[in-house]
Design a protein around this ligand. Structure first.
Ligand code: LLP
Length: 423
């Protein structure tokens, strides 16, 4: 329903013509569908309703931190999972209630911890013994109390791409499962800390419930151990990581319910305040990248050179990620296999390899799908390519939510030392 081909107007996203947007703001252009985004929030909230106890949602804003997205989340009653002082500042600027902010991350500076404490955020996820002590010292210095959840590394295999798996023991994330109970007990004796609970996040783009269930089972056992030692455990943060179907893998259709089931059966009956930190599942399908063919190039497998590149969408180059690419014009001719590439001077600047597409001509528009998460946020200006424009659509309208960066902005902060260039 969110993408539809109209014989006259071509591809429509939430009912809005993508050709009209390209005409208005040019390409490349990120398009976020507010209606789709809100629908996904509601779908996930409804799925979590099946857990039987309330499950708070904190959006992993690293996946898409645009102010308009944060405003939509705020309106839908969703809090934020932040991973830096910058994200914390952005969330507060967007008017997110500080009680609904969770701070995750393996390396928070003193300044970042201080900012979190001063803002009075609801939860700080601590990832090491060293950080626990440092947070205690910062809170004591400021005369404040830190609401702590200990992030446990459950040592499970999440079965996802190696660069986005975080829940096995060799990764840098979290406290080793076997050390967690003792460290938690230690935390209850340190000044300035309130030990509230546990957090776990095992990786991203996980499409089956088994790894979640394995991790939550281990966390549930820890809750039991810590409570048996006489300490309160009030909450568990179940992390993010829910996968989406890039392309048409129908097996991922029921994943929100399966995730809720994994939470319900392991942690649902333990008298805990529960929360999740999804990013990708909410945001990815609510965004696409609109691009125009600069030119085609004949080769055994022909190249179609787009005006979007790896500096805009890094995922294919970084993770060999698959994103479906759909022509915007109403279609027509039979297809052949081609490579869709960007103009950046790197062999790895391939947005879509070996795709069967209708024949492409210079000037044609394509939509690169499911780029609403880890898309614009991971852009760079490599090759002096300004940040692309951003548009939000909703209720049949569209608005520019970030103009294309002017090229002069690329060097605006730079200066040449006077001693370098002599007259
Ligand atoms: N919570 C924590 C502590 C995280 O580290 C992450 C993602 C999330 C939640 C949200 O995970 P999600 O629900 O979005 O899977 N750039 C990569 C993904 C990196 C994910 C990093 N952590 C990509 O484009 O695939």
């Amino acid at each position: 329903p969110w993408l539809r081909m109209d014989v006259q107007d071509g591809l429509l996203f939430d009912g809005v013509s993508l050709a009209a947007i390209a005409q208005g703001v040019g390409t490349p252009c990120w398009v976020t569908g507010a209606d789709t985004l809100l629908r996904r929030v509601r779908t996930l909230q409804a799925a979590m309703g099946q857990v039987g106890v309330p499950v708070a949602i904190h959006f992993a804003m690293k996946s898409n931190d645009h102010l308009a997205v944060l405003a939509l989340m705020r309106g839908a009653g969703v809090g934020m999972d932040v991973v830096s002082g910058g994200e914390l500042a952005r969330a507060l600027h967007a008017g997110i209630d500080s009680a609904g902010i969770v701070f995750s991350g393996v390396g928070k500076t003193d300044a970042e911890l201080d900012a979190a404490l001063r803002a009075g955020i609801g939860q700080i996820n601590v990832e090491s013994a060293e950080e626990l002590h440092r947070l205690s010292a910062r809170a004591t210095t400021l005369g404040l109390t830190a609401p702590v959840s200990l992030r446990v590394n459950p040592d499970v295999e999440s079965g996802t791409h190696a660069k986005i798996a975080t829940g096995h023991a060799e990764t840098k994330f979290g406290v080793a499962h076997d050390d967690a109970a003792a460290l938690y007990a230690q935390g209850t004796r340190l000044p300035g800390l309130r030990m509230d609970g546990l957090a776990v996040h095992i990786g991203s783009q996980i499409g089956v419930p088994a790894p979640f269930r394995d991790a939550y089972r281990r966390v549930a056992a820890l809750v039991g151990d810590i409570r048996a030692a006489g300490h309160a455990v009030r909450r568990v943060d179940c992390g993010g990581g829910l996968g989406i179907a890039y392309g048409d893998d129908a097996s991922l259709a029921g994943v929100p319910a399966a995730w809720a089931g994994a939470i319900a059966t392991t942690l649902g009956g333990l008298d805990l305040a529960l929360s999740i930190e999804p990013g990708r599942w909410l945001a990815a399908p609510a965004g696409l990248l609109l691009s125009r063919v600069i030119q085609t190039k004949a080769a055994p497998t022909p190249f179609v050179v787009l005006d979007a590149a790896m500096n805009d969408l890094a995922r294919p180059a970084l993770y060999d990620a698959f994103h479906a690419v759909v022509p915007v014009a109403p279609q027509r001719r039979a297809g052949r296999v081609m490579h869709l590439v960007g103009p950046v001077c790197e062999t790895g600047d391939i947005l879509a390899a070996d795709r069967r597409m209708p024949e492409m001509r210079a000037g044609e528009l394509v939509a690169i799908l499911d780029t609403g998460a880890y898309g614009a946020v991971m852009s760079s200006t490599y090759n002096a390519r300004p940040f692309a424009a951003q548009v939000m659509i909703g209720g049949g309208r569209w608005s520019v939510i970030r103009p294309r960066q002017p090229v002069e902005a690329l060097w605006a902060g730079e200066s040449v030392p006077g001693w370098l260039v002599r007259a």
